[in-house]
Design a protein around this ligand. Structure first.
Ligand SMILES: [Zn+2]
Ligand SMILES: [Zn+2]
Length: 328
């Protein structure tokens, strides 16, 4: 899973530049690179700095239960927007649903501040088209050198560094033409900043309502805004960095994708990343009996409620055919 450019789209969706490694037309050009870098830097640095304030609050025992509750609610909703919405629905079409629910999921994912939905999808589809090869927007294994130094450089690039570079971004027109034609998604994509702000207003409103005042609203904003953004980002980024470097490989894929069990719970199931690269369209990433996948549970619940349908599932025979132990 990926984070796209944080800045709103710049309008140009034509064929990309001709930087090394990208095929003509694959790369999304950037119109205001310096502005984009400043926004990306701010959105990653400010939550990190505010984490200190949140730590001070906890240390002095003035952290209230409703701050943590607000954190949990907004974390869960925005990560689900990314995992169930941006990733499993919009990128991989692993199920179908109504325009209304598509809109809701696109809004929730936008509030995670990982870029507008169409840019996110274009980058992630390009990641699957060129996984761990030249052209992958965020591989830790391409052009970072060898040894420990190369591994560390690759991890930094895949985790955060790629967000400041625009040479391998997925062309929106080439990689997401279906979403470019969808009026609901185009609207949510264009109004990205509105959803970012709403993602801040919601924790403030929850804190105000429960705590009964502006001070309670502000501490809820600290936890449901800054602390939440910090954790949402770094859990998401870890799928790109850690899940292409550490963990177990159960399936035979042409890349370095891995399953990282300890990250499965906070990432709501996305850390079963080797499974995902083996079967990208599967709505379920935690294919094993003990592979906990909260996003898959949410999709199954929505299916039982009749809100989603045509959910893609992989038969045990197909899984077995790609399993590494079957080839041993
Ligand atoms: Zn994917
Ligand atoms: Zn991947």
């Amino acid at each position: 899973m990926i984070m796209s450019s944080i800045a709103p789209p710049h309008g140009s969706t034509g064929p990309g530049g001709s930087s090394a490694g990208g095929r003509t037309g694959d790369i999304q050009p950037v119109a205001h690179e310096t502005r984009d870098r400043i926004l990306t830097g701010s959105v990653t640095l400010i939550p990190f700095l505010l984490l200190g304030l949140a730590g001070w609050q906890a240390w002095n025992h003035i952290l209230r239960w409703h701050d943590l509750l607000t954190f949990a609610i907004v974390y869960f909703l925005t990560v689900l927007g990314v995992t169930v919405g941006f990733h499993r629905l919009f990128t991989h079409r692993s199920f179908e649903t109504s325009p209304a629910l598509r809109g809701v999921l696109a809004v929730l994912g936008s509030a995670a501040i990982e870029g507008p939905v169409i840019s996110w999808v274009a980058d992630h589809r390009k990641h699957h088209a060129f996984t761990d090869e030249e052209g992958d927007p965020h591989s830790p294994h391409v052009d970072h050198g060898s040894g420990l130094r190369g591994t560390l450089r690759g991890l930094v690039h895949a985790h955060l560094g790629w967000l400041f570079i625009h040479t391998q971004r997925g062309s929106r027109a080439k990689f997401a033409p279906d979403l470019m034609k969808d009026p609901v998604i185009r609207f949510v994509d264009r109004t990205f900043l509105v959803w970012v702000l709403l993602g801040m207003a919601l924790p403030f409103a929850i804190g105000w309502a429960i705590g009964g005042g502006v001070a309670a609203g502000l501490t809820a904003l600290l936890w449901g805004g800054a602390v939440r953004i910090f954790f949402v980002h770094h859990v998401t980024f870890s799928i790109n960095s850690l899940c292409h470097t550490f963990g177990r490989r159960l399936f035979d894929t042409d890349d370095h994708s891995r399953n990282l069990a300890w990250l499965a719970l906070p990432s709501l199931g996305e850390a079963w990343h080797n499974n995902h690269h083996a079967f990208p369209t599967s709505a379920v990433h935690g294919l094993g009996r003990r592979q906990f996948d909260v996003s898959a549970l949410v999709i199954r619940t929505l299916e039982r409620m009749g809100l989603v349908w045509n959910v893609v599932r992989i038969s045990p025979e197909r899984q077995q055919a790609k399993a590494l132990d079957a080839k041993a």
